[in-house]
Every structure is written in structure tokens, then in C-alpha cells.
Design a protein. Structure first.
Length: 122
């Protein structure tokens, strides 16, 4: 979930809690959720993005430094406390990916590499 989406959820939940308080309903659980959401936003804002999403293309771009900020419309994507370690390619995997380029050129190498990394890390 993006930070912006978390902030929107927080705003909506705070509005509902305000209405519930006015009507005299208890909101302990919702208030605890608000606290957790605020903490999650705070932690996420300290992280660097894992990647950026280009909603127009529906494509992800690996995060890198953008001195002037990411291109317009790109949405940062963050990892939520994952303990899973990244699994890279073995030399055998690399040979397989390079072999895919024999018939398809660099596009084949890139597609094979992406597919192999997805297989190992999802």
C-alpha cells in the first residue's frame, strides 16, 4: 500500500470515528487502528521506495535516485517489513537467461531474467 493510500485510509477512518463519537458509539478498536496506521505511515516515510509504479503503463521501475524527484505520475512503492531475503541468480540461471537471447536478442535476455527472478522471489 502506498503512503498516499494509507493517508487516505487514515483520513477516512478518522472521519468515521468522529461521527461515531458524536453518535455516542465507542471506538476503541478503530482508535487503536488509527494509531497503528499513523505509525505505519511514519515508518514508511522514513524508507526509500522499493520501486516506482507508472500507472499509465501499469509497469514498475526499480527505485533509483531521482535528484529532482520521480517522473510525474510515478507512485513510490514500499516493502512492508518483509523478512524475506532476496534470491539472486546462480551461474546456471545466468546461462539460461543468456541462452534466451540467442533467438530473441537483448529482449529475450531481459524477459528471461525477469521471469527467473520473479520465480525465485515470489
Amino acid at each position: 500500500m502506498s503512503i498516499e493510500a494509507m493517508k487516505q485510509a487514515l483520513e477516512a477512518l478518522e472521519g468515521l470515528v468522529d461521527l461515531a463519537h458524536e453518535a455516542g458509539f465507542p471506538c476503541d478498536r478503530a482508535e487503536a487502528t488509527i494509531t497503528s496506521l499513523r505509525q505505519a505511515i511514519e515508518q514508511a516515510e522514513k524508507q526509500k521506495p522499493f520501486a516506482y509504479l507508472d500507472p499509465g503503463l501499469g509497469a514498475f521501475y526499480w527505485a533509483r535516485e531521482y535528484p529532482d524527484g520521480p517522473p510525474p505520475g510515478f507512485e513510490p512503492v514500499y516493502l512492508a517489513g518483509s523478512n524475506k531475503r532476496w534470491v539472486g541468480l546462480t551461474q546456471g540461471d545466468e546461462r539460461e537467461c543468456l541462452a534466451a537471447g540467442v533467438d530473441n536478442g537483448w529482449r529475450g535476455v531481459m524477459e528471461a531474467t525477469e521471469a527467473k527472478l520473479k520465480e525465485k522471489n515470489t
